[in-house]
Design a protein around this ligand. Structure first.
Ligand code: ADP
Length: 396
C-alpha cells in the first residue's frame, strides 16, 4: 500500500510518499513560497539526488500538481501512475470538539473542518486547501485527516477547563485542546520503548520548533499540555507570545487603539522570539546574535529556557514524578545548548546530562548519564509516519 502524506502551511507544503509494506519513504520534499515570488519545489526521490525546481506556484493546487508530476516523472518519478497511491493523509491542526481521532474525509467532515477555521486561523485554511487540491487532482482517492488535537483528548477536565464563566465552555466549547499531538504521540511511544516498555510510565515530551509545546504523558496518555484553546498558549515561540497575563490584551488594545484581529495578529506573528529580540523569529539567528553580545537576544533565549523548565517542573507534579524527558523538533533535536540549560534547572530532580552524548544528533539518543534519576532523550519526531499509519488503518 502507498500513502501520500501532506502537511500544508499557508505558503508551504511538505510531502512524503510511503510504501507502507516496509515504512519506506519513496520520495519526499517541500514546496516553499507558494503564492510568493521565488516559489520552489525541493524534491528528493529515494536513491537519487535532490532536485530543486524554481517556478511560479500561485496556489496550493499548482504546488500539489507539480509534486504529482514529479512522482510519476519517467526520469525522477518513483511510481508509474498516480493510481498507485491508495490514500492521502493530511495533517490538520485543529479538530475542535468535532474530532477526537483521525477520520476519512467526507462532505460532513469538510463542513466541520470549516467550522474549526477561526480556532486556528494560521493553519486550518491551508490544510483545507490541501485536501481540496487532492480531491481535484486525484478523484476517487480517499483523503484522511489526522489532527494535532486528537492525542490530547485524554486530558481530564481539571486540566482542560479554564476558570471562566462555565457558560463559555457550554456555548463556545472554550477549553484547552492542545496541539502537536501527532508529534507527542510519536515521541512518547518511542520513549516508552526506550524505557523497555514498562507497564507504567511518566514522560514529559518537549516539542521545540517554530511552534513549541510540552505534554505530560502518563502510561501513554496525555494528562496535560501547554498549548490551549489555540496554539498561541504555552511559552515563548518563534513569533507567538505563549501565556501572558490576559489583562494585558484589553490594556494594549486601548492604549494602541487595536481591533481584536490586530491584537491577535501581534500575539501570533509579532511576539515571541521575534518580538523580544526585535530581529528574527529563528532560534539560530538569536543564538548567533547572543554570541555577538546582543542583550535582547540573550534575554529572549533565557526566557525561552526558563519558561520551558518551569512547565516541566509543573508536569513533574502533575505526573507525580518523571521517568524521562524527551526533546524533539527543530530546536529540541538540534540544539544541545538549550537542552543542557533546561536540564540544568532540573538538576534538583537528580537529572544529570552527559555532555558528550548531548552533542549527538540524528537518531534516538539517551543523553542523561547512567546515574541520572530522570532519563533525558533526544527523539527525532516523525509526524509523517504517524499520519501514514493512521491513514493506512482507516483505509483498511
Ligand atoms: P516547525 O515544524 O514548527 O516549522 P521545526 O521543528 O522545523 O519547526 O523547527 C524550526 C526551528 O528550529 C527554527 O526556529 C530553527 O531556527 C530551529 N533550529 C533548527 N536547528 C537549530 C539549531 N541547531 N539550534 C537552534 N535552533 C535550531
Amino acid at each position: 500500500m502507498k500513502i501520500l502524506v501532506i502537511n500544508c502551511g499557508s505558503s508551504s507544503l511538505k510531502f512524503q510518499l510511503y510504501n507502507m509494506d516496509n515504512n519506506e519513504v519513496l520520495a519526499k520534499g517541500l514546496v516553499e513560497r507558494i503564492g510568493i515570488e521565488g516559489s520552489n519545489l525541493q524534491y528528493s526521490p529515494k536513491g537519487m539526488d535532490k532536485i530543486v525546481i524554481e517556478t511560479p506556484l500561485p496556489n496550493h493546487d499548482e504546488a500539489i500538481k507539480l509534486v504529482m508530476d514529479k512522482l510519476v516523472d519517467p526520469e525522477c518519478g518513483v511510481i508509474s501512475d498516480l493510481s498507485e497511491i491508495n490514500g492521502v493523509g493530511h495533517r490538520v491542526v485543529h479538530g475542535s470538539k468535532y474530532f477526537t481521532e483521525s477520520c476519512v474525509v467526507t462532505e460532513d467532515v469538510m463542513e466541520k473542518l470549516n467550522k474549526c477555521v477561526d480556532l486556528a486561523p494560521l493553519h486550518n485554511p491551508a490544510n483545507i486547501m490541501g485536501i481540496k487540491a487532492c480531491e481535484k487532482l486525484m478523484p476517487g482517492v480517499k483523503n484522511v485527516v489526522v489532527f494535532d488535537t486528537a492525542f490530547h483528548q485524554t486530558m481530564p477536565a481539571k486540566a482542560y477547563m479554564y476558570a471562566l464563566p462555565y457558560e463559555y465552555y457550554e456555548k463556545y466549547d472554550i477549553r484547552k485542546y492542545g496541539f502537536h499531538g501527532t508529534s507527542h504521540r510519536y515521541v512518547s511511544k518511542q520513549a516508552i520503548e526506550m524505557l523497555g516498555n514498562p507497564e507504567h510510565s511518566k514522560i514529559i515530551t518537549c516539542h521545540l520548533g517554530n511552534g513549541s509545546s510540552i505534554a505530560a504523558v502518563k502510561d501513554g496518555k496525555v494528562i496535560d499540555t501547554t498549548m490551549g484553546f489555540t496554539p498561541l498558549a504555552g511559552f515563548e515561540m518563534g513569533t507567538r507570545c505563549g501565556d501572558i497575563d490576559p489583562a494585558i490584551v484589553p490594556y494594549i488594545m486601548k492604549k494602541e487603539n487595536l481591533t481584536p484581529d490586530e491584537v491577535d495578529n501581534i500575539m501570533n506573528k509579532k511576539s515571541g522570539l521575534l518580538g523580544v529580540t526585535g530581529k528574527s523569529s529563528d532560534f539560530r539567528d538569536a543564538e548567533a546574535a547572543m554570541n555577538e553580545g546582543d542583550e535582547r537576544a540573550k534575554l529572549a533565549l533565557d526566557m525561552f529556557r526558563y519558561q520551558i523548565a518551569k512547565f516541566i517542573g509543573s508536569y513533574v507534579v502533575a505526573l507525580g514524578g518523571c521517568d524521562a524527558i524527551v526533546f524533539t523538533a527543530g530546536i529540541g533535536e538540534n540544539n544541545g545548548g538549550h537542552r543542557a540549560a533546561i536540564c540544568e534547572y532540573l538538576s534538583f530532580l537528580g537529572l544529570e546530562v552527559d555532555a558528550e552524548k548531548n552533542k549527538l544528533r540524528g537518531s534516538n539518543i539517551e543523553f542523561s548519564t547512567a546515574n541520572s534519576k530522570v532519563k533525558a532523550f533526544i527523539i527525532p519526531t516523525d509526524e509523517e509516519l504517524m499520519i501514514a499509519q493512521d491513514t493506512m488503518e482507516l483505509l483498511k
